[in-house]
Design a protein around this ligand. Structure first.
Ligand code: ADP
Ligand code: MG
Length: 397
């Protein structure tokens, strides 16, 4: 097994060499992402505002001539190998069941399957070795990073000519249909289309996106990630339940998706549905508005102006959507008490990470306060680090 202390591009190269006995044809990488605001709005065809982070997943890739695809990861014990022609038997994964390959391998193999769908497979086999510095399951989308790195590599080596936007969609297909996790398009879009010091304002219905400059450095601000180490499980329980509630709410209101409702519709919604469904709907509707307000605030006043919107987003997720956990609430409260301009849980919820918008000079003080609050509450020590809005998927070598 390759040493985890290596930079991911070195670890991926080393693993590739171990696997094949020769050097890769190239290295492709894609980043994780942080969602600044807009949570669970993606599958409601609404708005999200993520940014790509500097933590990346790297795929070292080379072609082979026997039509087989082999994937290996520093994350996994054993490589997985199948014939490309057999991918159509392996996938799609039936809803609610586990993939026919080890779950981690369903991400890169699912990307290959999605890329080949409807095309005549060229028969060119491929070896893929993966290493990552994106924390797994922390709400930073290591899943989109592995999809983006794999999709970028195969797009080039198989001469498919797909755009970054199309590759994001391929990643989503892999995650939905090969892994069986019913996620939206946000993570893959951020990972594929991210740019330095910018967030991606994505309309999840039209799939139009626009870069919104963040100006973090000029404003002397930083974004602190607080990984609680509490593990979430997208494919199960709470996530699916929230999606069902949103679909129910949209059906009751007679709209295609909750995106079609505005804050003014909430009074009528309150009369038509049970309390739980209403609160799920209220989160989505107000969160969509907060994304629009955040984009407007960034454009007119800069990142300093968005703190209260982050705080309101967290309260809505905690009280209305009920996807926060005690560790995330503690992280947010402690960061705010220590002077953060804003803070919220980020990602799907039920664990994972929170983010805090802090003065660059106050990163250490806020971090210390969060660590102390976790110790006081008897929680496991969180992992804190800053992230900077960074470039999306690209070829590295
Ligand atoms: P998140 O995207 O928030 O990190 P997910 O549950 O969506 O969490 O995706 C995490 C899963 O993605 C892992 O459990 C694993 O199956 C797969 N994965 C992510 N990164 C890697 C990697 N470097 N190597 C192998 N599998 C990975
Ligand atoms: Mg994910």
């Amino acid at each position: 097994m390759t040493q985890p202390t290596l930079a991911p591009h070195e670890a991926a190269s080393a693993l590739f060499n171990e696997l094949t006995g020769h050097a890769p044809m190239g290295l492709w990488s894609a980043p994780g992402r942080v969602n600044l605001i807009g949570e669970h709005t993606d599958y409601n065809e609404g708005f999200v505002l993520p940014f790509a982070i500097s933590h990346r997943t790297v795929a070292a890739v080379g072609l082979r001539d026997d039509g087989r695809i082999r994937v290996a990861s520093t994350f996994a014990e054993e490589p997985v190998e199948v014939h490309l022609a057999d991918l159509a038997q392996v996938f799609p994964t039936a809803p609610g069941s586990a993939p026919a390959v080890p779950e981690w391998a369903a991400y890169p193999l699912g990307v290959a399957w999605a890329l080949l769908d409807g095309r005549s497979a060229s028969g060119t086999g491929v070896d893929i070795a993966i290493a990552s510095e994106v924390p797994v399951g922390a709400g930073l989308s290591s899943s989109a990073a592995i999809e983006g790195a794999t999709a970028s590599a195969l797009n080039e080596l198989w001469n498919l000519g797909l755009s970054a936007k199309e590759l994001a969609s391929i990643g989503r297909t892999a995650e939905n249909e090969a892994v069986g996790a019913p996620t939206g398009i946000m993570d893959q879009t951020a990972s594929m289309l991210g740019a330095p010091d910018a967030a991606i304002f994505l309309d999840c219905r039209l799939l139009d996106s626009e870069l919104v400059p963040l100006g973090m450095a000029e404003a002397h601000l930083a974004i602190l990630v607080i990984d609680t180490h509490v593990k979430h499980a997208h494919a199960t329980g709470g996530y699916r339940d929230r999606r069902d509630a949103c679909e129910r709410g949209a059906a009751v209101m007679g709209v295609a998706a909750l995106r079609d409702l505005s804050v003014a519709d909430l009074a009528r919604a309150a009369e038509l549905m049970d309390d739980v469904t209403f609160r799920r709907v209220r989160h989505i509707v107000t969160e969509n508005q907060r994304v629009l307000d955040t984009v407007a605030a960034l454009r007119t006043h800069g990142a300093r102006a968005i703190g209260d919107l982050l705080v309101a987003s967290h309260a809505s997720m905690r009280d209305d959507f009920e996807i926060s956990v005690a560790e995330l609430d503690t992280a947010v409260e402690a960061a705010l008490a220590a002077g953060a301009l804003g803070a919220r849980m980020t990602g799907g919820g039920f664990g994972g990470a929170a983010i805090a918008l802090v003065e660059a000079a106050a990163v250490d003080a806020v971090s210390d306060a969060v660590v102390a609050a976790f110790a006081d509450a008897g929680f496991a020590e969180p992992h804190l680090f800053t992230v900077s809005p960074s470039a999306g998927a690209r070829r590295n070598k």
